[in-house]
Design a protein around this ligand. Structure first.
Ligand SMILES: [Zn+2]
Ligand SMILES: [Zn+2]
Length: 148
């Protein structure tokens, strides 16, 4: 298995949190990177099954939650409510298709500070702000009856 930068970062991050560095955690983190797109826990589970025989889906979920807490993956809000994990952790936003469920990255300036302040003003304790633009992807829009 190729040693990647994420592994080094992961070792450090896990130790800093008093978490054990386990092969499962390393393989799951590497799989998220290798998939290199937004993936559900089920897809990640499938991707690691060959390398981690017998690994359970709840273990994959728990590991993804840990990686999310450590800021190594991001969770994307989706149409269906299914958790989708994103290996890209820099600031970006998402297009979510209500037709096929496709998720794509979109970059654009957003005033996070203002959103987070507004959230706090409402008595909310925000973790992070993330913009989801809902609609139809290009192929669903092309297939849709001409309502535009
Ligand atoms: Zn679509
Ligand atoms: Zn993304």
């Amino acid at each position: 298995m190729a040693t990647t930068r994420i592994d080094d970062g992961l070792h450090t991050a896990l130790r800093a949190r008093g978490q054990r560095v386990t092969p499962q955690r390393l393989v799951i983190a590497a799989a998220v990177r290798e998939l290199d797109h937004h993936a559900t826990a089920e897809q990640i589970h499938t991707a690691v099954a060959a390398r981690l025989p017998g690994v359970s889906l709840p273990t994959v979920y728990a590991t993804l939650e840990l990686l999310e807490e450590m800021g190594l993956v991001r969770r994307v809000a989706t149409e269906s409510g299914t958790a989708v994990y994103d290996p890209r952790t820099d600031e970006h936003h998402h297009l979510v298709c209500r037709g096929c469920g496709a998720i794509a990255d979109v970059d654009g300036a957003v005033d996070h500070g203002a959103l987070l302040r507004a959230a706090r003003g409402a008595g909310f304790a925000p973790d992070a702000a993330q913009v989801v633009i809902r609609g139809l992807c290009a192929s669903c829009a092309a297939a849709a009856p001409s309502a535009a």
